[in-house]
Write a protein that binds this ligand. Structure first.
Ligand code: FRU
Length: 475
């Protein structure tokens, strides 16, 4: 264990007992203490799911990045492990930035960005980002092998390597910024240690941002999905409302050929808090994605409690015939279900009806036949802080939060699905809500900060008919 990792462990051990856990997640991964951002190095190795993450162990603010580490048998019960990487330098002296993990024979390899300034930290002209390698036999302690790809001439922002195997070769996509254009660059290797540049795989047009962070390329249904997190896309109507976006392009790619784009950029999640998603393959072949459930530039009230940031639920990805990604919570979540509370409500008219007085680790299921509901607004509310409802006049499904005391007020919304039925699965944890619409058609994820936890159904200016309505208490 390096000195820096030992120091980080000491700080975490001291701080984790002092957390205020009122908003600490019960079935999502969050840091033991301190700060978390992107999921990194998601991988199945040695019988465990491993999740690494961007981590600042010393405070609940972003700072010199380390890699936090946890493992799980089911992606829901997490065991914390020692910090995996610390910015020991010289190649990563100012931070071990995001990256990925692959299993190479009997070794677990982490490929990450070394972040360093040559001189004054305040200027991007002094910034250099390089791709680095670290390996481990036991999946817990990592040997560092230094830089494997240097910063290409003329670049400064060059980060977030995602590596995968294709036949005999390893491939890597890396996010880059050239002037004010976001790019994904491609590399190829036989051994993970030396890499050949294969050019630019995709790049932004004038509307698609100045930097593409956290790229990921994977196959579903014989097509290739390029998922990434662009910085600098302008908000447009209901789209791109967060400071930065996360989304995907669908296309065709094979080794040696260019990426042929077949669909326009689409956002993955329409809530307030979803960024830097990374995917990986489960041993049974499922493509699973986790994102950071927070947003750059947004207030993070849990910082006053000694921690900050959490990951989303693991979600299984599928692709529809018309090139839309669908996200469904992994089936392992059903094992957390304990008791089902059926709410005895079929019709609600101009009324608010309390249905549960402590909504914390709860999966709510609601179903409506849209044509039978004429209320202008109907749905569920968590006290007066969060509402999820159909806005019948606007024909949208709205997720609204109202925490003026923390500077967090506002709505995210999606058009109502074209189908006759609207089915919602809504996962609450201590400070999060994740809404899955019509079995994967859309998803909205947001952080919430309830002081009390009464859940109510409501229907205003008319009538709502519930064809299914109740909740699972989760373990
Ligand atoms: C995305 C990101 C990455 C970077 C990391 C730094 O949220 O900005 O591009 O590697 O966070 O913590």
């Amino acid at each position: 264990m390096t000195l820096l990792i030992a120091n980080a462990e000491k700080a975490l051990n001291e701080k984790q007992d002092q957390l205020n856990i009122r908003w600490y997640p019960r079935y999502h991964l969050a840091p033991r203490a301190g700060w978390m951002n992107d999921p990194n190095g998601l991988v199945w190795f040695d019988g465990w799911y491993h999740a690494f993450y961007q981590h600042h162990p010393y405070s609940p603010e972003w700072g010199p990045m380390h890699w936090g580490h946890a493992r799980s048998r089911d992606m829901l019960h997490w065991e914390h492990l020692p910090v995996a990487l610390a910015p020991v330098g010289p190649e990563d002296k100012d931070g071990c930035f995001s990256g990925s993990a692959v299993v190479n024979a009997d070794e677990l390899s982490l490929i990450y960005t070394g972040h360093k300034f040559h001189g004054d930290l305040s200027s991007d002209d002094n910034l250099y980002q390089v791709q680095c390698l670290a390996t481990s036999k036991n999946g817990i302690e990592f040997a560092r092998h230094g830089t494997v790809i240097d910063t290409p001439a003329g670049l400064h922002h060059f980060r977030d390597p995602k590596v995968w195997q294709e036949g005999e070769a390893w491939y890597m996509v890396v996010g880059a910024r050239v002037g004010d254009t976001g790019q994904v660059r491609l590399y190829r290797s036989e051994c993970l240690r030396s890499w050949q540049a294969e050019g630019v795989l995709a790049e932004a047009d004038e509307k698609m941002g100045f930097m593409w962070e956290c790229p990921d390329l994977f196959t579903l249904n014989g097509k290739q999905i390029l998922m990434f997190s662009p910085q600098g896309m302008a908000a447009q109507g209901y789209e791109n409302r967060n400071l930065f976006q996360s989304g995907y392009l669908v296309g065709q790619w094979q080794p040696g050929a260019p990426f042929v784009q077949q669909s326009a950029f689409r956002e993955m999640d329409h809530g307030h808090d979803f960024y830097a998603p990374q995917s990986f393959l489960a041993p049974d072949g499922r493509r699973i994605v986790l994102g950071w459930m927070a947003m750059w530039g947004s207030p993070m009230p849990e910082q006053q409690d000694g921690w900050s940031g959490m990951l989303t639920l693991p979600r299984e990805l599928t692709l529809t015939a018309d090139n839309r990604l669908q996200m469904r919570p992994v089936r392992e979540l059903e094992n957390l279900r304990q008791h089902w509370f059926s709410w005895p409500v079929s019709t609600l008219s101009n009324k608010m009806l309390p249905v549960m007085n402590h909504c914390e680790t709860t999966e709510v299921i609601l179903q409506f036949e849209l044509a039978a509901c004429d209320a202008e607004q109907y749905g569920i509310a968590l006290e007066d802080g969060m509402r999820l409802y159909v806005d019948n006049q606007a024909q949208r499904l709205v997720l609204e939060r109202n925490y003026p005391e923390f500077g967090l007020c506002g709505q995210r919304s999606i058009p109502l699905p074209a189908s006759a039925t609207l089915k919602l699965r809504v996962f609450f944890d201590s400070s999060s809500v994740e809404v899955f619409v019509n079995d994967g058609e859309a998803c909205l994820s947001s952080r919430i900060y309830p002081q009390s936890r009464m859940l109510s159904l409501f229907a205003w200016s008319g009538r709502a008919e519930f064809t299914e309505c109740g909740a699972w208490h989760l373990e």
